[in-house]
Write a protein that binds this ligand. Structure first.
Ligand code: HEM
Length: 138
């Protein structure tokens, strides 16, 4: 990840601490408005967990290995729910729109775009391995 991206993400930490849940709640509203078929994947409101994950990510950019157990849990929850790589673009679009609505400065949104896709790639790779495990026949 580029230095500029990391500093943009770090600048967003106070916002995530005070408004993170409002941001992710709005993100889910937009996601479900635009993709009502995704609603059924969720058993309960995930906005608090997603806000916590984004904050933990922003606070640990320099030591992502700390997040490994949490990322494994997320990947497992995603595979149980049937999350696929193509869903990540829809979630980013909704998060982007929620950030724009909440007047987050453009440089911070740009930083999050890069950081989101970095994290998405980590999750997609873990999920691919889990899906492969599920299809192995012994
Ligand atoms: C970088 C992007 C993402 C992050 C950081 C993230 C984060 C999380 C977290 C923290 C959880 C809770 C895990 C747990 O309960 O242990 C979760 C669950 C879940 N996520 Fe994601 N997620 C991302 C992308 C996606 C995408 C693209 C989808 C597809 C629509 C998705 C759908 C779900 C679902 C369905 C659950 C389970 C919720 C439930 O059982 O109610 N997530 N995610």
């Amino acid at each position: 990840m580029r230095g500029e991206t990391k500093s943009a993400i770090l600048k967003s930490v106070p916002f995530l601490q005070s408004q993170g849940e409002k941001l992710t709640a709005r993100m889910y509203e937009i996601l479900f408005e635009e993709n009502p078929e995704l609603k059924g994947m969720f058993e309960s409101d995930n906005s608090k967990k997603l806000a916590g994950a984004l904050l933990a990510y922003a606070q640990n950019l320099e030591r992502l290995e700390i997040l490994e157990p949490a990322l494994n849990n997320m990947a497992l929850a995603h595979v149980k729910a049937g999350v696929k790589p193509e869903h990540y673009q829809k979630v980013w679009k909704a998060l982007y729109e929620a950030m724009r609505e909440m007047n987050i400065p453009e440089d911070i949104i740009k930083g999050w775009e890069e950081a989101y896709w970095f994290l998405a790639q980590v999750l997609v790779n873990k999920e691919k391995r889990l899906y492969e495990c599920l299809t192995v026949k012994i």
